[in-house]
Design a binder for this molecule. Structure first.
Ligand SMILES: [Zn+2]
Length: 401
């Protein structure tokens, strides 16, 4: 019996030595052209990295890329293994084959299939700078803390496009938006049958879009679908991600009332309307849901009141800012900033507010909130207020006093 000869898998693989050699020569030529920045395919302008350099600058590593004008980029991180990943979708790499190690960057390699530049790190880092101006993208990386690096890994660190304006970075603050109600809990049902849970989700989605467009913060939604989430689950969502700000969006019922209003936490309600709102809201889930690290009750109480005091001051400031920005755009409820014991505002360490964008119990508010254009207007006012608050908040963290 004769065994049949193995059939070559593909025609190119019959592989005589001479063919192997010439293929290698061709590949080398191609790599040479890539390294020299010559386009392999002439014709349309494709996004490309045309030069790359990694250098040590005191204790930091500085990566400088030259991009042509169509390249987009996004920087993320992973903790295990410790890496920074620069995503350059649809981009070809003509930045040379070797980037040496520098500072906290152990090695760098281009993954052409994923279109990612992978920076392998010696340990946790902080990103001191990541911005593109004109054709230059500069990323400066310094040694950082474990906690800070974990925060970086939780989302996009920075992004931009060549030729666009520079985008400031560092770990961007996280704003958690909480669309009220959802799933089996429709919230208030309006005069013409509008479900509050739909209005809150539509408004939160629009607000997320507007905030992300500024490139100055990250945004996460407690829910992006029609699902039920208990109130403590919403608070925990924000705390787990170490959010900078928590904003719960609603459009409840309050007989005889009309216009937007903003609520902060207080054990004692500022008025009967607020007390009623909080009572109805909290009925969705009666558990307060606050888990603190295990310390003695005495210490816990002291820590709690200190943190809480700071948090309340922050909540009051964002409420004031939002009332001001909303006032220019939409009708307001008199005494627009009110207080009540809303369970969803009970994170001790995150400034938290609840916005009633209007009341579905009011025919005019309901009609307005059903319109995407009106919701976009509300979102614009909120986004402006949030931006102002974040800018001042960041400044107070950066400088003394
Ligand atoms: Zn509600």
């Amino acid at each position: 019996m004769t065994r049949p000869e193995a059939i070559p898998a593909a025609t190119g693989d019959t592989a005589s030595d001479s063919i192997r050699t010439s293929r290698r020569a061709l590949l080398q030529m191609a790599f040479g052209m890539v390294a020299a920045g010559l386009p392999l395919l002439s014709g349309r302008a494709e996004a490309a990295v045309t030069a790359a350099r990694l250098q040590a600058v005191s204790r930091n590593a500085r990566l400088t890329l030259t991009l042509n004008d169509t390249a987009r980029w996004r920087l993320t991180a992973t903790t295990r293994p410790a890496r920074l990943v620069l995503h350059l979708p649809g981009t070809s790499w003509r930045g040379g084959t070797r980037l040496s190690s520098a500072g906290p960057v152990q090695s760098a390699s281009w993954n052409n299939r994923a279109k990612q530049l992978i920076l392998n790190l010696r340990g946790p880092v902080q990103v001191a700078r990541a911005e593109s101006e004109g054709s230059q993208l500069v990323i400066e990386i310094g040694p950082g803390t474990q906690a800070g690096f974990a925060r970086l890994a939780s989302g996009t660190i920075a992004q931009g496009n060549a030729g666009g304006t520079a985008i400031a970075t560092r770990d961007l603050p996280l704003v958690v938006l909480d669309p009220g109600h959802g799933g089996k809990d429709p919230g208030t049902i309006g005069v013409t049958g509008t479900h509050e849970k739909r209005i809150t989700l539509a408004a939160a989605t629009e607000l997320k879009r507007q905030l992300e467009a500024t490139g100055r913060c990250r945004v996460a939604l407690t829910r992006s679908r029609d699902v039920f989430i208990p109130l403590d689950g919403r608070v925990e969502f924000a705390r787990k991600r170490q959010a900078t700000l928590f904003i719960s969006l609603h459009a409840d019922s309050a007989p005889g009332a009309r216009g937007a209003s903003v609520y902060t936490l207080s054990d004692r309600a500022s008025d009967a309307l607020s007390a009623g709102l909080a009572q109805r809201e909290n009925r969705a889930d009666l558990r307060g849901g606050l888990s603190l690290p295990p310390v003695s009750p005495e210490v816990e109480r002291i820590l709690f009141s200190l943190v809480r005091q700071e948090t309340r001051a922050g909540s009051d400031r964002i409420a004031t800012t939002l009332v001001r920005s909303l006032g220019g755009e939409v009708p307001l409820l008199p005494n627009t900033h009110r207080q009540a014991a809303f369970a969803v505002l009970k994170a001790p360490d995150i400034p938290s507010i609840l916005v009633e964008m209007g009341f579905l119990s009011d025919r005019r508010d309901e009609a307005a909130l059903k319109r995407p254009a009106h919701r976009a207007k509300v979102a614009k006012a909120l986004a402006e207020g949030i931006q102002n608050w974040l800018a001042r908040h960041q400044a107070s963290l950066a400088g003394p006093g």
